[in-house]
Design a binder for this molecule. Structure first.
Ligand code: DON
Length: 307
């Protein structure tokens, strides 16, 4: 007998609960205060049916999982060639907060690491966009991917801004290298804000499937980005989305994905499914311990590996 999808997701949730392994992010109090035992799993099909299991209504900040979507918005607004002049597409093999700049050009190696994402943020909207216009374009874009209006967790945003010294340093470096224009502090404010949007695993699965479906949100039916943009984003997620664990992830899980320090991971399997998980204990790479286990298990059980 076949297992219904919600029962299967619950099975994944229960089988992949590993208890005490991993550590909560602790660089801001809000992330350190999250209930460490939360664990939710979600899947959205290409025809827009969403399944969830576990703490599916728990909200958490999107953090680095915003990076592929904001990259998509920058590609939409400026075109692939222009964005490529400013941000590369090579895996850095380093942690997300390393100063991974190409020596010859000064470009960040890719848009998934912090320095690349700060640069990418400045490319949303038209070249003369004000800070507020850019923030609005990001808000509208992320919300279109999710199919509902997303809002910012102001407490997390304020805490992040008080501790964003390293991101500020990197924004100043790319400003000095002529990669970004304008005020580097403005770039960091906007990037930090994009990381502070609140989402659930359900949102993640819908956002993920929108990329997997070639840029059309299957729940709202809205075309958010072109198929060409969606393909570019998926390719960069596949090679760079999991930072210095990208090779390990691609060989074991085989799904283009992105993680965030809040404990979420989403995966977009082209032309098949969007998956989201949330469990806040992190491994040494900053990836959710239980989230990685859930993806490994789903990939194996459902034969989701791309290769
Ligand atoms: O830039 C930062 O430090 C955070 N707001 C986001 C980092 C993040 O999610 C790293 N990914 N695992």
């Amino acid at each position: 007998m076949k297992t219904p999808v919600p029962d299967y997701l619950l099975e994944i949730r229960n089988a992949c609960s590993v208890g005490e392994d991993g550590e909560l992010a602790s660089y801001i109090p809000e992330l350190a205060a999250v209930d460490p035992d939360r664990f939710a799993v979600s899947a959205c099909t290409l025809d827009g049916v969403v399944y969830t299991a576990g703490d599916a209504d728990a909200e958490f900040t999107i953090q680095s999982m915003s990076k592929p979507f904001v990259y998509a918005l920058a590609l939409r607004d400026r075109g692939i060639a222009t964005v490529l002049e400013k941000v590369g597409v090579e895996p850095s093999g380093d942690a997300f907060n390393e100063i991974s700049l190409e020596p010859e050009t000064g470009r960040p190696e890719n848009p998934m690491i912090n320095v690349g994402a700060i640069t990418t943020h400045t490319l949303v909207g038209p070249p003369d966009a004000t800070e507020i216009e850019r923030d609005t374009a990001v808000q509208e874009g992320l919300s279109a991917f999710a199919g509902r209006p997303l809002d910012v967790d102001i407490t997390v945003l304020d805490s992040e801004l008080r501790t964003a010294f390293r991101n500020r340093a990197m924004a100043n470096l790319v400003r000095a290298g002529g990669i970004i224009d304008g005020d580097p502090d403005e770039a960091v404010r906007g990037y930090t804000r994009q990381c502070a949007y609140r989402v659930t695993v359900r949102d993640l699965a819908i956002m993920a499937v929108t990329l997997a479906a070639g840029g059309v949100n299957p729940v709202t039916k809205e075309r958010v980005v072109s198929a060409e943009v969606a393909r570019q984003v998926l390719a960069v997620m596949a090679t760079c989305g999991m930072y210095d664990a990208a090779g390990d992830w691609m060989s074991t899980v085989g799904i283009p994905a992105k993680s965030g320090v809040s404990g979420g991971i989403f995966g977009s399997l082209p032309a098949q499914v969007g998956l989201g998980v949330f469990s806040p204990r992190l491994d040494a790479h900053g990836h959710s311990v239980e989230g990685v286990r859930a993806f490994e298990r789903m990939s194996r059980d459902l034969d989701l590996h791309l290769m």
